[in-house]
Design a protein around this ligand. Structure first.
Ligand code: NAP
Length: 273
């Protein structure tokens, strides 16, 4: 069994996540794979018996030692891509480069996201903290990016066969579930994300009726993104990235075409929009 240093996830050699709903020889792309949940998902996919080729993306793959270790240690070919999901030219360049290497992607998982940036963008406790430029930033990474990824990588999704396009949302993006308020920028941008996914699901269903496009809530996961705010989360409700990945991949594996356009939590339950 292989594992990466400085990472709570493990990459198993021939003993990875069994994605039984996908055919052998599946090809997958994980965006936002340099750390956190995306890295854990990439580790699991690299050890999955069904996955024959894996592409992992972040803004600067060369700066992520974890991605480099994954590439070196994986038993299957794992290739890195540089993608800044808020920059269309970067998405176009990455999609062109990928199209030279594969004609098909069975699974695309978008894990790129932001809650704070260490430079003035942080969850707002009240209206007075709302800064328009911060909302713009969050809107672009959560609302626009899934559409750019689908626009430029969508041509690689198979026609007529099963594919999954999954993008990580957050329960706080649910309008129906909003009882606490606050976190304006993150909530608004994740609600936009959810509408993007729902609208995209209608168009992608025309490509293949067996295709599924969903928004997923990973639970509260111990990552750079949540750490400044997870102090009071009970330990049994704070998942490791490795556990979150397994839970999300289980949900993905169980998705059927009737689930297209849904918003699901880590345990497979539906979240109200
Ligand atoms: N952690 C939680 O408790 C939690 C709860 C609910 C929802 N979520 C959602 O789950 C997703 C993953 O969160 P996480 O906790 O794993 O966060 P994380 O540890 O902070 O990782 C974020 C990932 O997004 C990538 N990223 C950020 N901006 C990007 C950009 N412009 N272009 C490309 N990649 C970019 C980062 O890569 P680089 O910075 O290296 O480029 C990194 O790989 C997010 O959408 C988040 O909103 C997380």
């Amino acid at each position: 069994m292989l594992s990466l240093s400085n990472h709570s996830g493990t990459m198993t050699d021939g003993d990875g996540f069994d994605l039984t709903s996908f055919p052998n020889g599946a090809r997958a792309l994980v965006v936002g794979a340099s750390r956190g949940i995306g890295l854990a998902v990439a580790l699991d996919l690299a050890g999955s018996p069904q996955v024959e080729r894996l592409f992992v993306a972040s803004r600067k793959p060369e700066a992520s030692s974890a991605m480099a270790e994954l590439v070196d240690a994986a038993a299957i070919p794992v290739e890195t891509l540089a993608i800044d999901v808020v920059d269309e030219a970067s998405v176009v360049a990455a999609a062109r480069s990928l199209a030279l290497r594969t004609q098909r992607l069975d699974l695309i998982i978008n894990c790129a996201g932001m809650l704070h940036d260490g430079a003035g963008l942080a969850p707002e406790r009240k209206l007075a903290h709302v800064v328009p430029s911060n909302l713009d930033k969050l809107f672009r990474i959560h609302g626009t990016a899934p559409l750019l990824l689908a626009k430029h990588f969508g041509a690689l999704l198979p026609r007529r066969e099963r594919f999954v396009f999954a993008s990580l949302s957050a329960r706080v993006g649910s309008i129906g579930d909003n009882r606490l308020g606050g976190w304006y920028g993150y909530r608004v941008s994740k609600a936009a994300h959810n509408m993007a996914i729902k609208t995209l699901s209608v168009e992608l269903a025309r490509r293949s009726r067996a295709g599924v496009c969903v928004a997923l809530h990973p639970g509260t996961v111990d990552t750079d993104l949540s750490r400044p705010f997870s102090e009071r989360v009970p330990t049994d409700k704070l998942f490791t990235p490795a556990r979150a990945s397994r839970q999300l991949l289980s949900v993905i594996d169980s998705l059927e075409s009737r689930d297209n356009g849904g918003f699901f939590a880590w345990d497979g339950s539906r979240i109200p929009w």
